[in-house]
Unconditional design. Structure first.
Length: 261
C-alpha cells in the first residue's frame, strides 16, 4: 500500500498548488491514501473550515495539524464534526476540540493516522512518548499506523522515531517547513523522515514574505505575517507499506515543482 504524506500547506497559494499537482501525482504513483498537514493553510496563519474543505476536495484523505491549529476559532466546531481532520493527541483530551487520531479503512485493512506535537521549544503538552503508548492500545486492531510528529527539535523527532520503530508503519516530521534528506527505514521496519517539508511559495521564509521576517529578526518587534506569492513547491514522501506486516518496505522523498506534469 502506498501512502503519501505532504508537508505543511501554506496559505492560498500552497492550497492551489496542491490542487494543481496532487491528482497527477496520485495517478502516476498509484497512491492509496493521502495525508497532508494543513495547520497553515488559511491566509495569515492557522486552518479554517474553508481551507480544510479545499484541501479535502483537492484529493487529500486525512488532514493533520499542529501548534497553529486553534488560531482560527471557527475551526473548533469543524474539528468536532469531521473525523478526518485531527489535532495533536497530546493536548488535554477533555477540554480540547477534535481528536488526536482517526481510523480509516482501505479494503479490509484498517489504518490509524495519529497526530502528535513535540514539547521541546513548543507548547508544554503531555509527553508525546507516553501519549503514543496509550494511543497504540486504542488502535491495536489497525495493521497500518502512520504518525505525523509536529515538532521543532530534530533530536526529539529522531528519538520518537526510534522509540516507535517496529510499533508503527511510518513516522514523518512536520513543522519546520524545511525538508530533510534523511528518509530511511529504521532497523525494525518503520519508515521515517525528520521533516517532510512544505507546500507553498519557494521565494519566502517558510511561506511568509521574506522582507517581513527579515524586519522581525532585526527589529524584534511584533509584526503581522503575510504569506508570500510566486512559484510554489510541494514537498512530500511516499511510504510503500507491506499490507501483511504493516511495515515500510520503501520510501520515496519528492519535491514537486512547477514543471511537474
Amino acid at each position: 500500500m502506498k501512502i503519501l504524506a505532504i508537508g505543511d500547506i501554506v496559505g492560498k497559494n500552497g492550497c492551489e498548488f496542491l490542487r494543481s499537482k496532487l491528482p497527477i501525482l496520485k495517478k502516476r504513483k498509484n497512491i492509496d491514501l493521502v495525508i497532508a498537514n494543513g495547520e497553515n493553510s488559511a491566509e495569515g496563519n492557522g486552518i479554517s473550515p474553508d481551507s480544510a474543505k479545499f484541501i479535502f476536495s483537492s484529493g487529500v484523505d486525512i488532514i493533520t495539524t499542529g501548534n497553529h491549529v486553534f488560531k482560527k476559532r471557527e475551526i473548533r466546531d469543524f474539528l468536532d464534526k469531521n473525523s478526518c481532520i485531527i489535532r495533536p493527541a497530546n493536548y488535554p483530551s477533555k477540554t480540547t476540540p477534535g481528536k488526536g487520531f482517526c481510523i480509516t479503512q482501505i479494503n479490509d485493512i484498517k489504518i490509524a493516522v495519529i497526530n502528535l506535537m513535540g514539547v521541546v521549544y513548543l507548547e508544554n503538552l503531555r509527553c508525546p512518548f507516553e501519549t503514543m503508548d496509550n494511543i497504540l492500545k486504542e488502535v491495536s486492531e489497525c495493521r497500518i499506523k502512520i504518525v505525523d510528529f509536529h515538532a521543532e527539535a530534530t533530536a526529539e523527532k529522531r528519538a520518537l522515531g526510534f522509540y516507535l520503530d517496529g510499533k508503527v508503519s511510518a513516522i514523518f516530521g512536520t513543522h519546520t517547513h524545511v525538508q530533510t534528506s534523511d528518509e530511511t527505514i529504521l532497523p525494525l521496519g518503520t519508515g521515517y523522515i525528520t521533516d517532510v517539508g512544505m507546500t507553498g511559495p519557494i521565494d519566502s521564509v517558510l511561506g511568509v514574505k521574506k522582507d517581513i521576517i527579515i524586519k522581525k529578526q532585526i527589529e524584534k518587534l511584533p509584526i503581522r505575517f503575510e504569506n508570500a506569492s510566486g512559484e510554489c513547491k510541494m514537498e512530500c514522501i511516499i511510504f510503500d507499506i507491506d499490507e501483511k506486516t504493516g511495515l515500510t518496505i520503501n520510501t520515496e522523498r519528492l519535491r514537486i515543482a512547477k514543471t511537474f506534469i
